[in-house]
Design a protein around this ligand. Sequence first.
Ligand code: SF4
Length: 406
Amino acid sequence: MIKSYFDNMVDGIEKSLASGDASARKRYALSVARLGSRLYSGKDKVAWCGVTAPFDLLNSMGVTSCFVEFIGAMLAGMGAADPLLGKIEDAGYGPDTCAYHRAVIAAAKDGMMPVPDFLVATSAPCTGGLAVMETLAREFSRDLFVLHIPQTDDPDSVSYLADQLRELTDFVAFHTKVPFDMEKLRAASVLTNQARKLMVDAYRLAAAKPSPVAGKTLNNFGVVVALLLGTQEAVDVCRSFRDEFARKVERGEAGVPGEKLRLLWIQNRIQFKNDITDYLENEWGAVVVADELNAVTFGPIDPDDPFPGIARRSISIPLNGSVDRRLENLLSMCRDYSIDGAINPCHWGCRQGTGASAMIATGLKAAGVPVLNMDVDCIDRRNFAPGQIKTRLEAFIEMLSENKGV
Ligand code: SF4
């Protein structure tokens, strides 16, 4: 079922591109669909991973890899997560754990995930994810490599993680029977740096007034594009966005005509079909112009000594480390994007997200950016109450409009 989903997606997008729809979002969707198709092809070496795994390193070693939460999000987007969540809860998994993870375990137990060649777990962004990887390794009877991601990027922590990454190359080579090739990792690092620079430019352009983005343009982009790092595909996708935004900014073209309010989305988007961004844009001219997870928090990698740079990137993600550091990133985004207000979906079961929500709301409010904390589950739509959400959004947007005098 999932293989044909990706294959049909590839066919459909290729046809749409051939008929002249060359939007950056389409090109990006094609790259992601092709990745999904390769994961399920049965031909590639496959690794299921944690979110902060070094995908450029794995790509350079010929491994098609993906973080497992991607499958939870995809199932929710397809409308296929609900029965799986019900089933796994009946099997004893608590409904108060992250539904990304419950959906993935249910999918693996139902034979909806290909058996990987090996797994690479990461202790960030959450140790819940680590536990899921241990469960999957048992389920698939495959070897698991665990990357312990430090919370800070001091020299000792970076070198601790860089050493683990070097050990990972031995583990991967053992399972693929292909020796590690430093030249290939050097080439992948150069491509990662090119994609990074294009991302920085694209985000800078997205901050223009009016913004060239609509609420869905960069939906899930920052997290998912990491899967393509180290490949020409990542560079091409990032260039498409950079060029599309540059053209729009030059013409003064808004992603949403009549942009009135500029919003920041905190942490993950809601992955099942919903009309929140349409409602905000159509009813209020309120546009999600920035996402917390669409930020370049890491520097370029030294291609001649890539392991420390890859380590720093894994450590740098917003959900790792202290809430103070996270708050600093959010405040800087609020300034860069001239944000009027922020929406935090407070995904049920996410200790990082809901645990930090009060501190983030207080910190942003002190800087003049009101925050709406919404209690939703970004994967499980069984308790989703669109009417209630819209009522809360309406009150929030009215308050922002009054503050701004629009
Ligand atoms: S939403 Fe939270 S608990 Fe779930 S995978 Fe992301 S960080 Fe982990």
